[in-house]
Ligand binder design. Structure first.
Ligand code: GLN
Ligand code: ZN
Length: 756
């Protein structure tokens, strides 16, 4: 039996790529130095996989920013406004990813969206009516040849034609069908070139196939591959799917001339049933995604071997694979010095997963695996008690009543009351919570963590920062203030650290977008709050101003979704435990005089099941009540805000409204504002602050631009319901652009208020 890896992380074990890119952005290094860093990383990653004995190793899974953007560039999908900047190739690429403001022009970045049900974000390619899709780049072959020169035969990976067309944004009149011919030609060219390079296997990633497919989708898929596949001669095509099962297209798929089909056995609930019902052709390889590419718990060998045996009994030629790219897990346990083996024994990051692939390959071939030490050790791990239950937590959860999920009085009444007690100007201005994590802020935290300064010094510094930022916000003229979140590394890690039941890693970074990484905590056991977490900071900040200070919390759904979840209890149970912990914090903030509390649910949307039929029962039915549980205990005049880092919730508007927050702020500046029409149609009650400028880019929006954005919003949303705020927190930005942008934002608000 052979093994395969769909993709490997690329940012570097100590985030080398991130730092090199950021230096390049700041003009501190030349393109050549960045290229060298990238080359070294690729070499390391290939060798690591080779040394683990992996048979199918990917190339072109490396990216400077994002693999969908790479695919777009490979096919010349570069909107005119970026081409017209006339920048060198690499800079055009980064301009699309991050926006550009400089001597050659001023353009915003392309939109960014969450990659299926992960916390990875991809860049949304734009197809304009005059875009010509044609093979343009050479990255795929350059990297293939680079690996080959190292003595490693790889399977180049590229996003498949169907997923590409599904994820593009169409800015003109044309639709996917209008590009069909061009796309087919471009992929045929790609295959032809692969043949020239004597590529043995080529991997087309088609995750869009795990989503609900309508009849038109099936037709589109068929047309594309009926056009593309006849150009294959020597080279074999692996159609790789992940994040679910391909129930809508499976019967078709197995009839098509692919050399191999990659199926997800972890998230693909129906994968086994599909194979059972329709069989799997003898002449193809089944790449069986049995090693979880998204979570960090060790694989249960007994179960995996059973599945492999069943497949082999059916005569299916099986390649053992990861369930998705390992991009979504950290690199290695090697750097984790603080966690004891009692914990570490249970985990496998990317490198350890390679080891699992190697061990499973060996066990499946050795005949009598039942007596093998590797197998027995693994069995023992799953048999032992992990010591992770907490009776108190479980008891409290069992006592939660239906009425605990309902806040009274009804929102309309609360909103009236709140308008009166807060007396805010119309179109109130606010920010989402964090301010720039400047060098001094990070240094303060890291020296404290290393024990180089005392707790008192640490706290003093943060208090000074808070005081400065309160004064600054007053001067800028914001209406609702925040304390700046200087004490937080990350919105989830910070709460995880303060809650019982979580474990933390030192270097377990996972790429979130571009150069941005997160270090998700691990939920090890039952979750509970040990003591107040944010109360002192918020109370101190409020004491410095007469304006309203928003308390700032992360919601239960987001805490769970941005952690590595347990696999021994349900997601629902974990979320409810976290909800009770956050509820305690909400009530403590209120008790201590905080009158507005924002509970961020930045990640609510991303774990929405990929298939509509699962939305309600498998997610919304417990995620939304969990949010309500956090705030249902507050007084009517306490205002609850929530925030979301995206605006693609058109299809779950009633659920968002049912969270029963008083105000929601969300990211909107990179999207069109169709969401606002949809809110109106659904009689959305929650007041709304669609972000008026993009915070993912250093670009400063002008006053006029913001005025225009707000005016557009005002045509779609009631004046008394609109808030003015940026897209998201400002922690990744630098101070000068933040100051300039926020001043422009408050100035814009003043102008619009005057206009009436
Ligand atoms: N309050 C958080 C912040 O401002 C929200 C972050 C987020 O939505 N990702 O940083
Ligand atoms: Zn956000």
């Amino acid at each position: 039996m052979q093994t395969s890896v769909i993709g490997f992380p690329r940012i570097g074990t100590v985030r080398e790529l991130k730092f090199a890119c950021e230096k390049y952005f700041r003009n501190e290094i030349k393109a050549e130095e960045l290229r060298q860093t990238a080359e070294t990383l690729r070499k390391t990653h290939w060798n690591t996989q080779k040394n683990a004995g992996i048979d199918y190793i990917s190339s072109n899974d490396f990216s400077y920013y994002d693999m969908l953007l790479d695919t777009a560039v490979l096919f010349g999908i570069i909107p005119k406004r970026y081409r017209e900047l006339n920048l060198p190739e690499l800079d055009t690429y980064f301009a699309m990813a991050r926006g550009y403001q400089g001597a050659s022009g001023d353009v915003r970045a392309l939109a960014m969206k969450k990659w299926f049900n992960t916390n990875y974000h991809y860049i949304v390619p734009e197809l304009e009516d005059d875009t010509v899709i044609t093979l343009s780049g050479s990255k795929l072959w350059d990297e293939y040849a680079e690996a080959k020169a190292l003595g490693i035969e790889t399977k180049p990976v590229v996003i498949g034609a169907y997923t590409l067309l599904k994820l593009c944004r169409y800015t003109g009149k044309k639709t996917a069908d209008d590009y069909l011919e061009e796309v087919i030609c471009a992929y045929r060219e790609l295959i032809k070139k692969c043949e020239e390079y004597q590529v043995a296997w080529l991997q087309f990633d088609e995750p869009s196939l795990v989503q609900d497919m309508e009849k038109e989708d099936l037709t589109l898929f068929r047309k594309l591959y009926d056009g593309i596949l006849p150009s294959v001669k020597q080279c074999k095509v692996l159609l790789q799917t992940y994040f679910g099962d391909v129930r809508d297209v499976y019967p078709e798929l197995i009839k098509m001339p692919f050399g191999g089909i990659g199926l997800d056995f972890i998230e693909g609930k129906e994968t086994c049933r599909l194979i059972e019902t329709y069989g799997f052709p003898e002449d193809k390889l089944l790449f069986a995604g049995l090693i979880n590419g998204k979570n960090i718990w060790k694989n249960h060998y007994g179960k995996t071997l059973q599945t492999l045996e069943a497949l082999q009994k059916k005569g299916i030629q099986t390649v053992l694979s990861t369930s998705c790219s390992l991009l979504h897990v950290p690199y290695t346990l090697k750097h984790e010095k603080k966690l004891s083996p009692e914990y570490l024994d249970h985990f496998a990051f990317a490198e350890e997963k390679l080891e699992e692939l190697r061990e499973l390959k060996y066990l499946s071939e050795c005949g009598a695996y039942h007596s093998d030490a590797a197998y027995l050790n693994n069995e023992k791990l799953f048999a032992e008690d992990r010591n992770c239950r907490n009776v108190e937590v479980e008891k409290r959860l069992s006592l939660v009543k239906d009425s605990d999920y309902v806040r009274l009085p009804a929102r309309r009444e609360r909103q009236k009351l709140q308008k009166k007690v807060f007396g805010l100007p119309e179109l109130p201005t606010t920010t989402i919570g964090s301010f720039p994590q400047t060098k001094d802020v990070k240094a303060n935290r890291s020296t404290y963590r290393k024990g180089e300064i005392s707790e008192q010094e640490y706290v003093e510094f943060n208090r000074k920062k808070i005081a400065e930022c309160v004064r600054w916000q007053e001067e800028i003229g914001l209406d609702v203030l925040v304390h700046g979140e200087y004490e937080r590394n990350d919105m989830v890690e910070y709460f995880g650290e303060a809650l019982g039941g979580f474990l933390f890693t030192e270097k377990a970074w996972v790429q979130s977008y571009g150069t941005r990484c997160v270090k998700p905590p691990i939920i090890w056991g039952d979750v509970y709050r040990e003591k107040p977490i944010t109360v002192e900071w918020s109370v101190y900040a409020q004491s410095l101003t007469k304006k309203i200070m928003k308390g700032m919390l992360t919601g239960p759904v987001t805490i769970l979704n941005w952690s590595f979840p347990r696999e021994d209890i349900s997601i629902k149970e974990s979320i409810s435990q976290i909800a009770l912990a956050i509820r305690d914090e909400v009530l403590d903030l209120e008790k201590n005089g905080i009158r507005m509390i924002q509970i961020d649910e930045a990640a609510l949307r991303e774990k929405l099941p990929l298939r509509k039929t699962d939305w309600q029962k498998e997610y919304l039915d417990f995620a939304i009540p969990a949010f309500r549980l956090t705030h249902s205990g507050v007084k009517p005049e306490t205002q609850i805000h929530t925030h979301m880092c995206y605006s693609e919730f058109t299809d779950i508007i009633p659920a968002i409204d049912a969270m029963d927050a008083d105000v929601i702020t969300f990211e909107a500046s990179r999207s069109d504002l169709q969401i606002l029409d949809a809110l109106r149609e659904h009689h959305f009650e929650t007041e709304a602050g669609p972000g008026v400028y993009d915070i993912h880019s250093p670009r400063v929006p002008s006053v006029e631009e913001i005025v225009a954005a707000v005016e557009r919003m005002l045509t779609k949303i009631d004046r008394e319901k609109l808030w003015i705020n940026p897209d998201c927190g400002l922690k990744t930005r630098a101070m000068p652009e933040t100051d300039a942008s926020l001043r422009n934002m408050t100035e814009a608000a003043r102008r619009i208020r005057k206009e009436v």
